[in-house]
Ligand binder design. Structure first.
Ligand SMILES: *[C@@H]1O[C@H](CO)[C@@H](O)[C@H](O)[C@H]1NC(C)=O
Ligand SMILES: *[C@@H]1O[C@H](CO)[C@@H](O)[C@H](O)[C@H]1NC(C)=O
Ligand SMILES: *[C@@H]1O[C@H](CO)[C@@H](O)[C@H](O)[C@H]1NC(C)=O
Length: 141
């Protein structure tokens, strides 16, 4: 029984991984354009996503020191922005699971809302890897 549980656990973990989508840089650029992110900030958004999630849609962070977690492509925090249950809520009026889907519409709208309120400084990954740094090249995309 125990062995069976372990095997099922391993399969479940593997399948969570294989569900996950990792965009290439140019795929990400196309997705962000589709979501109407402004062209003049696109390189910052690409840098932010690469820094926060390595362009993976399904990632959940380990719990932060205060017990909250970050979700999806933009690593959006569940303390303020999304509800961890299956009822949409908090400031982005969404479930956290909806921020981890391959359709990035919900996650993008939420990220824009965060940006409007706090700017890129809301993202630690942007501050350490992107702020004042050379941004990713997307000219060829
Ligand atoms: C919890 O931690 C996250 C990440 O460190 C941070 O963004 C958030 O503001 C913190 N929330 C509180 C209430 O301290
Ligand atoms: C999150 O979901 C729970 C359970 O469905 C619900 O009781 C709660 O009101 C929701 N929180 C927010 C902020 O919407
Ligand atoms: C939140 O989203 C739900 C649908 O997902 C909608 O029915 C509800 O009106 C929204 N609430 C707010 C405050 O925007």
């Amino acid at each position: 029984m125990k062995v069976l549980l372990i095997i099922c656990g391993v399969i479940a973990v593997v399948c969570l991984q294989c569900e996950a989508k990792t965009f290439t840089r140019c795929q990400l650029v196309r997705e962000l354009r589709k979501q109407k992110f402004p062209e003049n900030k696109l390189r910052d958004w690409v840098c932010l996503v690469e820094s926060e999630s390595s362009r993976r849609t399904h990632v959940i962070s380990r719990p932060n020191s205060n017990g909250s977690r970050d979700h999806g492509l933009f690593q959006i925090n569940d303390r303020y922005w999304c509800n961890n249950s299956n009822k949409p809520g908090k400031d982005c009026n969404t479930t956290c699971a909806e921020l981890r889907t391959d359709d990035i519409t919900k996650a993008s709208n939420c990220a824009k809302k965060i940006y409007k309120r706090h700017g890129f400084d809301a993202w630690h990954g942007w501050i350490i890897k992107c702020k004042g740094k050379n941004l990713p090249v997307i000219r060829h995309c």
